[in-house]
Design a protein around this ligand. Sequence first.
Ligand code: PRP
Length: 208
Amino acid sequence: MKTRFVIPEGRLKDPSIRLLKRLGVNVPLPSGRELVVETEDYIFFFAKPFDVPVYVEHGIDLGIAGSDVVEERNCDLFIPLELPFGRCRLSVIMPGDHVVKVEEMDGFRIATKYPNIASRYFAGKGLDVEIMKLHGTVELAPKTRIAEALVDIVDTGRTLRANGLVEVEKIMGVSAMLLVNRIAQKTRFTMINELVMRMKQLLKEGTS
Ligand code: PRP
């Protein structure tokens, strides 16, 4: 039986493919809008990053996703390994000319792709905020005045600078993770364990 692996589209795609290549696993590039490619031993699926944990929870053997997405989706998964790429942070962000402390954000409207993480974070601080779920380009929310602040990824900080925004507080550090389906972890233990061990060894050697 072929191993089924979900690769995230977007910024984690290339480093994921590079890591697999170093393990001797070649991922053929899909042509056009193809979402599935097969090799002799693997079937690769290309999915939106936010959906990778869902596919792995529901039956795909393996996948790679950011810890931000894993936390937000809260899926039942086995996560044996943090991977050395996709490092960034999830933060509370505000327009640079209206900065206040997080503690002063009671009653604020918060735009985000991460409603679960954001809700928990503000509730944990005893703050009553209105969470506004958006699907991307969240930086527009304060510009259009539909929200006072946002919760989003900061990587290079370029997006913030380009839009006159500043990072008020970091919520969590983010990194790519290897995800394993809980049933596959048991029924395909030998194959998965070997892959994880080889990946661990490779990362230890610092050749990631
Ligand atoms: C993420 C995030 C910011 C940007 C931050 O968006 O939402 O917009 O990257 O990166 P930077 O600090 O290096 O500028 P992404 O490109 O993943 O796409 P999205 O806007 O569609 O969510």
